[in-house]
Design a protein around this ligand. Structure first.
Ligand SMILES: C[S@@+](CC[C@H](N)C(=O)[O-])C[C@H]1O[C@@H](n2cnc3c(N)ncnc32)[C@H](O)[C@@H]1O
Ligand code: SF4
Length: 451
């Protein structure tokens, strides 16, 4: 991640906006590039930080990372590694072991959401998905037979057919996230995925009839060889079928990915902003409402776990590569795009140990927590919510920041919210960086992608 707003200077921000600089999607704060390995003493205190975070709230969100994939896509900087059937059941058992370690640290909770992400969790058998959901609810839920209203699973459309989708629905999953990325055959081939576009469209149409309460489709703009026209075609095709949620992400390019190795290292900001505008126009015309700068929804659409994370609820993660976002600490359990198998092997080796196993993270402070609230909710910050959490109006907590943003017209204010002016909405990730603390900017700038 490039820090494009290195100082809290509104003129620097305005200059970057004028130049159509495009910042990476800020979906967590501090960004993972600010994470560092814990010292031994730090590691010893992690269990206490987890327990104190969980004790604050009766609600809890649960995440399981399933790092297996059929192929490694050219753009992929997520934690994923090639799948071997023999690994799957051992992995499910290891995750359940880990769940039982964390279970000791908390009383039972109201489980708001469960999210199985990846990787490609749709490679698991429906029975294994059910086993995971059951284990999570038994360990953490005060009502273990009740499936949370958002129980979600990420799906690679190339990995299944309608009958498996039906079986997943029966295993408790009520939201699916279909990672299409593009509906154009040449682009799909270019990212290294094998999928027939006709089969894809049929699967999406069929998925809407399976009984999920929320079907979400992910698309990416900025893909290699994508044109404005082909992007518009992808968005329009999905909108015409009408899933409840459509996400459109600007491409993030990272070292050591396939794209990077093959020399695709820059996408023009103007192109990205234009494609964002195109998506917004097509989706608005199709009746979708913009929920965030990456997500458009209709009816029961949305992404509750992400919204809860951004509202500073606890999200507890399990599995190799999983992250937890907790009140007192952020944690991660391995990551590598260079040696993709290593974090999985290390996770499996450590399975069965009686204490929490994590690789790195960030211990939160009062100030960083307030920044997290401002950074993640920069498009619309609820002043009463902020005040309830921190005992201060955000205008008071970040007096000079908001003074500058309001006086330049980047932000507006009313009695209840501080929000980005419509003309600046798509610069959300740049404006987010304006609220990064000096320490986090420094850590991110020093980060070495040689991981
Ligand atoms: C957590 S990922 C889901 C991973 C899932 N295995 C997949 O690829 O379908 C959620 C979404 O983020 C988006 N995404 C992943 N890597 C990206 C990248 N490098 N740049 C932009 N968007 C990306 C994709 O749209 C993906 O579906
Ligand atoms: S983009 Fe998704 S499907 Fe492709 S390798 Fe990464 S995690 Fe797996």
């Amino acid at each position: 991640m490039d820090i494009l707003v290195p100082e809290r200077e509104v003129s620097v921000l305005a200059d970057q906006i004028d130049r159509a600089a495009h910042a990476d999607y800020v979906y967590m704060y501090p960004p993972r590039q600010a994470y560092r390995q814990f010292t031994e003493a730090g590691l010893d205190s992690v269990a206490g930080l987890v327990a104190s975070s969980l004790a604050r709230e009766s609600r809890l969100n649960l995440y399981v990372h399933v790092p297996f994939c059929h192929q490694i896509c050219s753009f992929c900087n997520l934690y994923a590694t090639n799948a071997y059937l023999r690994d799957m059941q051992k992995y499910v058992s290891a995750v359940i072991n880990e769940v039982q370690v964390y279970e000791q640290l908390t009383d039972k909770k109201d489980i708001a959401t469960i999210y199985l992400g990846g990787g490609t969790p749709s490679l698991l058998a429906p029975k294994q998905v059910e086993e995971l959901i059951t284990a999570l609810l038994q360990a953490f839920s005060s009502a273990p037979t009740v499936i949370p209203a958002e129980t979600a699973l990420e799906v690679d459309p190339a990995t299944l057919d309608l009958s498996k989708l039906r079986a997943l629905r029966s295993s408790g999953v009520n939201r699916i996230n279909l990672g299409y990325q593009s509906m154009v055959a040449t682009e799909v081939a270019q990212i290294g995925r094998k999928r027939s576009p006709m089969a894809s469209l049929q699967l999406l149409e069929g998925a809407l009839g399976v009984g999920f309460s929320n079907v979400c489709v992910d698309l990416i703009y900025g893909l290699r060889d994508q044109t404005d026209e082909s992007w518009a075609e992808s968005v329009a095709q999905v909108a015409a079928i009408g899933p409840e949620t459509i996400c459109a992400y600007a491409l993030t390019l990272r070292p050591y990915t396939g794209y990077h190795k093959r020399g695709y290292q820059h996408v023009d900001g103007e192109v990205l902003y234009r494609r964002y505008d195109m998506a917004h126009e097509i989706l608005s015309a199709a009746g979708y409402a913009r929920e965030t700068h990456v997500r458009w929804v209709r009816e029961r659409g949305g992404y509750v776990q992400k919204a809860n994370h951004w509202n500073l609820q606890n999200v507890l993660g399990f599995g190799a590569g999983a992250r937890s976002y907790l009140w007192d600490v952020d944690l991660r359990n391995g990551y590598s795009v260079r040696r993709r198998r290593d974090p999985l092997d290390s996770y499996m080796e450590r399975s069965g140990q009686p204490s929490i196993q994590v690789s790195d993270g960030y211990v939160m402070s009062h100030e960083e927590r307030m920044r997290k609230a401002a950074v993640l909710n920069v498009t619309s910050l609820d002043r009463a919510w902020f005040n309830d959490l921190f005992g201060q109006d955000p205008l008071e907590a970040f007096e000079s920041e908001y003074h500058e943003l309001l006086s330049t017209g980047i932000c507006e204010i009313n009695e209840s919210h501080i929000f980005l002016t419509e003309a600046y909405y798509n610069y959300r990730d740049l404006v987010s960086q304006y609220f990064f603390s000096p320490e986090v900017r420094q850590l991110v700038s020093e980060f070495d992608y040689n991981e």
